[in-house]
Design a protein around this ligand. Structure first.
Ligand code: SF4
Ligand code: SF4
Length: 643
């Protein structure tokens, strides 16, 4: 063998090993979410129901394969000597229990659909079709077993307890061994036909999820849900975003088929909950319908592959979602409506230019002034007036680059928080600096609103700016900047360490010892609201609570907290858009805070702060509850004044 061919083989081996390594996480995901079905266990009733059906069907299918291998047809190719002896008895017992599990599961499903009728559970003919087939197959199977036991009186009958019970009932009804033997033949044929009909109907009924859902779990995009898809070589791209159903990727089309209409996404969607005419389930189902009528119609009589917005779905539909991510964590099929929502937004913003006026205004502000508020860039550092904050110049060095973000830099209420942040960093003796007038918007809003081009430009400018100074980490108090800098900038070769302020302070020993043991300048109880982009997308739950704990406040938790937190309504660009006053998500969230009896709701996000502030003002509840950023709470507990 030559040296070249040896090195070629070793390359191929290393490529194979890399591919296998990339495969492991996907296989593990598949195992955890299809075999163990971890996502559906958050609700015990449907969890148990589904596992009984799934487990029973899986065992029955495997058992049927074993049975088939004993048939004459297969014997020349393959003859298993299993099951025999005790193996056969156990086989009978397991198959019997599997059939029983299916029947119990189907019974539970029917009870849920017909009696319990949870609000978000939709029922259609194919739900009942699937349940009927799933019930008929084991029912006929047990009758087959019953007639077999009557006609042959086997010694192992007790190992098939349900089949034996059916046999006893049939005997009591007067069935003789002869009549059982002749009936057996017909029942077997019926059983086989039912099985074949069920398999044949999989692609056309809800049973399709047996195939599509595992496929979707296996092939879902590898990127984390906190990161949107990058458009590579955006200057050369011919189509930006998605206008026609055929422009979705095969993975996205697969995900539409994987949706089982379970409604778990709708149950947690703040938009649907607030009475806005949008639901992630309805959205995904409308995409599926468009796919079927446009791409799958077998007779060529489907619709034209035309623009969806305005014909198949209303133009405003993509603009309701707050990108809170609650639906992503719940969906057992790993469907991701945010990806499609952003694709449709990209199409409206970058291809047709047809977008809501408030979206156009925000994007124009970002293009012209470099921030979504439309404030003059020369005011970017006005928040720091009178404070001694180091402004970094090219070539300067520091430990922490404090990245403020537009909301803290320009919004009057949030400017006070920015000042509290500076006080805390000084208290903790942190060496830090800001970019001052040079700081640019991180671009999060433009990306979430679909203006990927503007986002990529802002990333480029920021990375140039970051490269001009030396620092060990970026610290930011805005979860939207935090998520973007930490998770999305690496798509552009950025490798900076990025921390949220709460993470950074929680790990700072000086900060943690700064509070006096009894110091409590804050009167009353405090409840903490988890920001979606800090908590759900980045799992920063314990640090803010640790800081509040150190600050000796009297905490009380809302019922929707942590990963089940309810969005404030400000994400996904909603912060800057006009909303209907009757369906405001922030009003719903304020109710959650009020229900705790808290006097203060603490936030760790400038958007959340503004959304609560707005809800308190418009409901006239300023005497009952106030909103403070966690930094303001800490300063107050240090004995400082909130400005
Ligand atoms: S998208 Fe997921 S959670 Fe929503 S209905 Fe479909 S399968 Fe259920
Ligand atoms: S991301 Fe949030 S707002 Fe958007 S569809 Fe999902 S749950 Fe609803």
């Amino acid at each position: 063998m030559t040296t070249n061919s040896l090195s070629g083989s070793s390359n191929r081996l290393s490529q194979l090993s890399t591919s296998l390594k990339a495969l492991y996480p996907r296989l593990w995901d598949l195992f955890v979410n299809t075999v163990l079905q971890v996502r559906i266990w958050d609700k015990p009733y449907p969890g148990l129901m589904h596992v009984l059906i799934f487990g029973g069907v899986t065992i029955q299918v495997l058992g049927t394969i074993v049975n088939l291998t004993q048939m004459q047809l297969f014997i020349p190719l393959l003859e298993l000597s299993f099951p025999r002896g005790i193996g056969y008895l156990l086989f009978e017992l397991v198959m019997d229990f599997a059939g029983l599990a299916i029947l119990i599961g189907v019974g539970m499903a029917l009870f849920r659909r017909l009696v319990l009728r949870p609000k978000t559970l939709e029922s259609s003919w194919d739900d009942y079709y699937a349940l009927t087939m799933l019930a008929l197959i084991p029912l006929i199977g047990f009758t087959v077993e019953g007639t077999r036991i009557i006609s042959t009186s086997p010694s192992w009958a007790a190992w098939s307890p349900v089949g034996n019970l059916v046999a006893n009932l049939m005997r009591a009804a007067g069935m003789t061994p002869d009549s059982a033997a002749s009936l057996h033949r017909y029942l077997v044929s019926t059983h086989v036909l039912l099985g074949l009909a069920t398999v044949a109907s999989i692609p056309f009924t809800k049973l399709r999820h047996l195939i599509y859902t595992p496929l979707n779990i296996f092939f879902k995009p590898g990127r984390d849900s906190n990161t949107l898809e990058k458009i590579d070589h955006i200057e050369e791209a011919e189509i930006l975003g998605v206008g026609k159903i055929s422009e979705f990727t095969p993975n996205q089309l697969l995900s539409f088929d994987a949706c089982v209409r379970c409604g778990r996404c709708e149950e947690v969607c703040p938009v649907a909950f607030s009475g806005i005419p949008y639901s992630p389930r309805a959205f995904i189902q409308s995409m599926r319908q468009a796919m079927l009528t446009t791409l799958v119609n077998p007779n060529g009589k489907g619709q034209q592959d035309e623009e969806m917005l305005g014909s198949l779905i209303p133009e405003e539909t993509p603009w309701y979602c707050t990108t809170c991510g609650a639906c992503l964590d719940r969906c057992p099929a790993f469907v991701n409506p945010i990806d499609e929502i952003v694709d449709l937004r990209r199409y409206q913003v970058l291809t047709t230019g047809k977008m809501p006026k408030s979206v156009g205004d925000v994007l124009r502000n970002m293009e012209r002034q470099g921030n979504p508020l439309g404030m003059p860039p020369e005011e970017r550092i006005s928040w720091a007036e009178g404070l001694e904050v180091r402004q970094l110049m090219p070539g300067d060095e520091t430990d922490v680059l404090l990245f403020l973000g537009c909301a803290y830099a320009y919004d009057e209420r949030n400017k006070k928080v920015a000042r509290a942040i500076v006080r805390l960093l000084k208290e903790a003796q942190v060496e830090f600096g800001v970019l001052g007038l040079d700081e640019r918007c991180c671009g999060e809003t433009s990306r979430r609103l679909g203006h990927e081009y503007l986002f990529q430009m802002m990333v480029e400018q920021n990375l140039e700016l970051f490269a001009s100074v030396k620092f060990n980490r970026i610290v930011t108090a805005c979860p939207h900047c935090f998520n973007t800098l930490k998770n999305e900038y690496p798509q552009f070769e950025s490798h900076y360490k990025v921390q949220h302020l709460t993470e950074f302070l929680a790990g700072n020993p000086i900060q943690n010892s700064a509070f006096s043991p009894n110091g409590n300048d804050l009167n009353g109880r405090l409840t903490f609201h988890d920001s979606c982009y800090l908590g759900r997308y980045n799992q920063v739950y314990k640090e803010p609570r640790q800081l509040l704990n150190n600050a000796k406040v009297e905490p009380v938790e809302m019922s929707k907290k942590g990963e089940n937190s309810f969005c404030c309504g400000g994400g996904g660009g909603q912060m800057w858009m006009e909303t209907d006053s009757n369906t405001r998500i922030n009003h719903r969230r304020l109710n959650d805070a009020i229900e705790t009896g808290a006097d203060v709701v603490a936030t760790a996000c400038p958007y959340c702060l503004s959304m609560f502030d707005d809800a308190i003002r418009s409901k006239g509840l300023g005497d009952q509850i106030q909103v403070m950023d966690i930094a303001e709470v800490m300063v107050k507990q240090l004995g400082g004044d909130r400005e």
